[in-house]
Ligand binder design. Structure first.
Ligand SMILES: *Cc1c(COP(=O)(O)O)cnc(C)c1O
Length: 383
């Protein structure tokens, strides 16, 4: 079906930060398959784990104990500070689990029509519940009626949440940095204040780290740099470096809400995805790699700021680790094709924000190439 419109490039392979098309042209991929392949393409450790598991056991259903699933769960729980995990196959599914936890948690508190407060300009997925949670009318257009029970408020505003709260409120769900919404970075203490607000009211604090998680912002989860713990955190994209897998982690009361019969997934947590994600996690969750993400994020950001200073039409240049946005005054989706002509893949989101989500394994030279090409393209575009 025509869900992604016409596409002009056929990709047949990839290695490191490069993708290769059917004519053998190599592109530096500054979006990593939309924040998925942090370790780049054809990473030997990932490929080996995938091949080994494929030769051992691909699937056996969740009616049995699956060792790679247990190991991955234990590793994620250890590093996240959460107590329990549910595995699905995508970001939207991870968020569906989080939403179901919030609703069942509400029932235990005798809240019969629970409301979850989410942010305007957010993105939480394309299933009916997650598109209803999403604060973007374009995502919802054509699919009414939405799933009820979501209230959308201004992002980065505690006052807006306080104003929208009611006796029906059961949870607050936000992204630590809004990704699809244009790499919007909230005030430094936003997550801490949200934590306090949720504590004061007995609400679940749900963080959607589907894009920000797995090292993208320079810590394994973005909330770790804010020194707080959410009650529920969802992740997916970078978790399997391209093997479909999503996770919903929870702690405290929220970890024990779902009981046998409440939720499930045929493929979720299957041996193939879990063994691969475990190998990915082993590579990602090291001080060196996370420091590399922070250093290269900073490097690209500085070079963009230097190259684009005094260029009129550039509204803002911002970043958190290797999640970088350049906001322009005008709509700029044409830049995607122009970058492609220079063998660079970039993304434009929110219409006027150039978004870079480069792989974590960039060399200094590759990082500079991305920044220099983007500067050149934007200057030319705004001229
Ligand atoms: C991509 C994304 C999702 C949806 O993930 P899918 O795997 O496409 O279902 C949800 N939330 C955020 C923040 C995302 O970036």
């Amino acid at each position: 079906m025509n869900t992604y419109g016409a596409r002009s490039t056929t990709i047949v392979g990839g290695d490191g930060p490069y993708l290769v098309d059917d004519h053998g042209r190599r592109y530096l991929d500054a979006i990593s398959g939309i924040a998925v392949c942090g370790l780049g393409y054809s990473h030997p450790v990932v490929t080996k784990a995938l091949c080994n598991q494929a030769q051992t056991l691909v699937h056996c259903s969740n009616l049995y104990v699956i060792e790679p699933q247990q190991k991955l769960g234990a590793a994620l729980i250890e590093l996240s500070g959460m107590d329990k995990v549910f595995f699905g196959n995508s970001g939207a599914e991870a968020n569906e689990a989080a939403i179901k936890i919030a609703r069942k948690y509400a029932k235990a508190k005798n809240i019969n029509s629970p409301e979850i407060i989410t942010a305007k300009n957010s993105f939480h997925g394309r299933t009916m519940a997650t598109l209803s949670a999403t604060g973007n009318s374009k995502v919802q257009e054509g699919f009414s009626p939405p799933v009820e029970g979501f209230v959308h408020v201004e992002y980065n505003s505690i006052a807006a949440i306080e104003a929208a709260a009611s006796s029906h409120t059961v949870a607050v769900m936000v992204e630590p940095v809004q990704g699809e919404g244009g790499v919007r970075i909230p005030a430094k203490n936003y997550l801490q204040k949200l934590r306090q607000l949720c504590d004061a009211n007995g609400w679940l604090f749900i963080l959607d780290e589907i894009q920000t998680g797995n090292g993208r912002t320079g810590t394994y989860f973005a909330y770790q740099s804010a020194d707080i713990l959410p009650d529920v955190v969802t992740t997916a994209k970078g978790l399997g470096n391209g093997v479909p897998i999503g996770a919903c982690l929870a702690r405290g009361t929220a970890a024990h809400v779902l009981q046998p019969g409440n939720h499930g997934s045929t493929f979720g947590g299957n041996p193939l995805a879990c063994a691969t994600a475990l190998a990915v996690l082993g590579e990602l969750n090291t001080p060196d790699l996370l420091a590399h993400v922070r250093a290269h994020g900073e490097r690209i950001l500085m070079r963009l700021k230097e190259g684009l200073k005094r260029v009129s039409g550039v509204v803002d240049i911002r970043g958190a680790g290797l999640m970088i946005g350049i906001e322009l005054e005008k709509e700029c989706t044409a830049l995607v094709e122009q970058a492609k002509e220079h063998q660079l893949f970039i993304n434009v989101t929110s219409g006027n924000v150039v978004r870079l989500l480069p792989p974590f394994i960039l060399t200094d030279e590759q990082a500079d190439t991305i920044a220099d090409k983007v500067v050149m393209l934007i200057k030319h575009f705004l001229n």
